[in-house]
Design a protein around this ligand. Sequence first.
Ligand code: AMP
Length: 548
Amino acid sequence: MQGLMMDTPLVVTSIMRFAERNFPASSIVSAGPNGARHRYTYGQAFRRVRLLARGLETLGVRPGDRVATLAWNDYRHFELYYAISCSGAVCHTINPRLFPQQITYIVNHARDRWIFADPMFAPLLERLWPEFEGPKGVVFLTDGVGMPETDIPGARDFESLLGTEAAEFAWPDLDERTASALCYTSGTTGHPKGVLYDHRSTVIHAYAACMPDVMCLGNRDTVLAVVPMFHANAWSLPYACPMVGADLVLPGPLMGDPETLSDLIDGESVTVTMGVPTVWLGLLAFLRSTGRTVESLQRMVVGGAACPESLMRAFRDDYGVEVQHSWGMTEMSPLGVMNTPTRALDALSREERDRVRLKQGRGVFGVEMRIVDDTGTKLPWDGVASGALQVRGPWVCRQYFDPDEDDPAHRPDGWFDTGDVATIDEFGFMQITDRAKDVIKSGGEWISSIALENAAMGHPGVAEAAVIGLPHPKWGERPLLIVVRAAGVSVEKAGMLEWLQDKVAAWWMPDDVRFVDRIPHTATGKIAKTELRRLYGNHPLPDAEEDS
Ligand code: AMP
């Protein structure tokens, strides 16, 4: 027997309509490059979205066309999210920090028809233009005055595309399975892979994001989205905030600049913010060195890479900010787990609870998780057994967009292999111990590079730490700790190892410590382990020769 409820499609257009009707006065504030602020309301934003949809029509954009963005977090990028998707085209967000060759590959693979780009990318696009196969032109996110000089054919400015005519637009009725957005992930091997979101997955994911034990977003929140709009839908914030009418603050091109972030938090009374650990480490150092505070900030969601314990403690104890750890992937829209303490934890001691808070978090309804061993056998949720983390659910990618190589991650039994190695405890809290490819195997046992990095980061003399495995004749692999010293504090190898002594198992102790000026990061702000292995893979481990 079938139920008798209405079959209303779950489409991004409905988020826009709802927000415009119910929260026309909620605001979007964008930071410009030189301290300027652009400020308007959802009402004004969605009026411009209609003008933009008309503009897209005049460019010849058809349903299903991929329209690329090469842009920071700002109001025009927000308008593109809606105008492109709601007119039936696909908003393809490109990470401008990728290598130029990767950008070319992505633009051609996606067969992008138009590119909407921040003017600062004019020289880059000019250089890459001859390699691009599909785009008809570039629209620069500026007005006539800010238009860069360029000889890219078909180049024009965003504001003149919008025009000023009455803002009516007949939004098409879309099937909820219509593709809405596309984002490429660098993945583990081979070319970047496209994740093609649809309207349905986007809406359900945004619903889930707002839930109290997930991101807990509400109308009274002012949300600073430091997580980039070019990476995994900015963790759904451009959809989730309008869904509840939260004010949205966008840091523009200065998203990595701690002073800008601090100014925005204070100036806009931000209550919640989200981003990767590197950004928060920068903000923490800035607050410490300037004596500034973040009075309005209640919560900080940290994900994309493991949250160091020192970061969590410092923001909680020194600045009164609750740090919530979270894990996800581009392939998961990206929400996977969120660390919100449950009632079950009340019985634990503060120390035990703190240990749980450091884990990545509990599954969100909509994401099923399991861990399996090398033979595919399911492992227990006991917080000890660690194995390959697999997921499935309505906002998890079913297959990559137009794959041009084998895709073993999407398994025949319908589960997606995340490439992460994890434990899950009896309370359902998942903890990533490593990326499968970063795991260090010493004497047949796994050493968690994340746990080692975390322990090292707790040292006051450490600004950033990373651990890689180096080949070892006796043990197979042994860990090398790579450290960037904090400004003004001197720390040496002996002090570092002594610090780690009561924090990690004796056999996890790094065989050596290498001090460096900087640790390279990927385009999405994660520690670039491949690059570290390339740079320091030949580092001689002190005992390796005696052991051989
Ligand atoms: P991306 O698709 O670029 O967002 O990368 C997803 C990958 O980032 C995951 O598979 C993890 O390896 C890593 N990651 C994301 N969040 C966390 C976290 N909280 N702790 C550790 N690793 C994380």
